[in-house]
Design a binder for this molecule. Sequence first.
Ligand SMILES: [Zn+2]
Length: 141
Amino acid sequence: MSVNHFKDKLALKGLKVTPQRIAILEAVHDLNHPTAEKVIGYIREKYPNIATGTVYKVLEVLVENDLIKKVKTDKDIMRYDGIMKSHHHLYSSDSKRIEDYFDDELNLLLKNYFEKKDINGFTIEDVKVQLIGKFKEKDLF
Ligand SMILES: [Zn+2]
């Protein structure tokens, strides 16, 4: 995705378009579900002097404006996701790897299932499935 694409995303949300915000948004998209530390490392190649606090603040602003999402791992490590389309995750049980999993058939199945269930006093807004297992190819992470 181009820099202009990220500029548009920020502008559409009425956010001030700054080089740091663009770079951080881009980093979350380029890296695979990065932690804040990973984002900071990546950003510092371009902006060596950017403060850690700034990166955390920008990440928070991006989350609040639905430009990125937080993904929590079972080890409670916060990671970030640039894909806003509803999707599930594949978690490696022996590494830190997380991959996106898209499955419209599963989404439909879950939607129909919970519509029938009609859980008392609870309105479902989203269902996320965490699949935990091992990737066949050797983990690179
Ligand atoms: Zn994801």
